[in-house]
Design a protein around this ligand. Sequence first.
Ligand code: NAD
Length: 352
Amino acid sequence: MVDYVGVERVRELVGRLGPARFMRELAAEIEADFGRWESFDKSARHAVHSPVGVIELMPISDGRLYSFKYVNGHPSNTAEGLLTVTAFGVLAEVATGYPLLLAELTLTTALRTAAMSALAARRMARPDSRCMALIGNGAQSEFQAIAFHDQLGIRELRLFDVDAGATAKLQRNLAGMDLEGLTVIACRSTAEAVSGADIVTTVTADKRNATILTAGMIEAGMHLNGVGGDCPGKTELEREILLRPDTRVVVEYAPQSRIEGEVQQVPADFPVIEFSELVAGRATARRSDAEVTLFDSVGFALEDFSALRYLHRLNGAQPGPRGGIDLIPELANPKDLYGLLRPGLAVRKVAA
Ligand code: NAD
């Protein structure tokens, strides 16, 4: 049996730890993996585009374990009552090629994306940052809010979404969480939300070169956490923000980010810092309180590798039913695969 962690099990595991602790522990896993960057066999993800969205495959390996994630991005899905982003993935053993885990990665992607955003902000934002603007209040937004409250000490959240219903949903959910000392303010525009903020998170979904943030909104010392621009032709920041002489841009994996990130808007030799350089101590993102830092997040396979390994370990360590799925035949004689088809042989189904 291959271990199976579905939506219900992830709900249970996150419920047991609490989402803040889950994302804190996951951030530590991700950071440790970025710390051994050279161990990974890396590639930009494989994307299949359509007029309404994208379907991507994200493989990576450290020579011992291999993982891939299947993920889609369809901004118009919510109008049909469907999620914009869904995902699942596999963790496998390189030595045998056998899968160890099949897991849901929709909830987990939201958790790992927010964990990565907070991890980057801890190395990039001004340490005294307390106020964050959160533009785009859809599926990812609560996760970003919780991680930044917990890991950065954000105490004021300023929300904006073109859909007032999404903002009301986020406000309701945050109110139900009892996050210590957190003030939440719904704003009437992006400009109002961003004005005076220390950190600006953009996590909108729109399949075009949107201009969520314009250069005129950016103030000295801000940290920008650009999450929603993650495909060719799908960006959130006005190009002039990147071109400011005091903007310092950090990406996950430059070959992928130059295709998909905000940096697709600038020439291929535009200077970027890879996050692994920060972790290795070879580069510093912020050199002064006045500089503007941008984490140009697109989501890299390494973060899902860390998340799948973390889920696998947590699933084994925490009480509760451990699911399995009969994905791979179990044979007394591995050369007798046909034997499985002999009448009367019971094949095990998904275990409870
Ligand atoms: P969602 O559809 O649930 O929410 C997106 C929200 O953005 C919606 O509420 C929508 O009304 C709002 N929005 C759209 N245009 C806007 C505008 N001009 N101003 C303000 N708000 C606007 O989607 P989601 O699951 O929350 O994902 C958000 C984005 O994050 C997507 O683009 C997705 O592809 C991206 N994403 C990135 C990563 C990463 O690792 N970088 C991971 C997951 C998702």
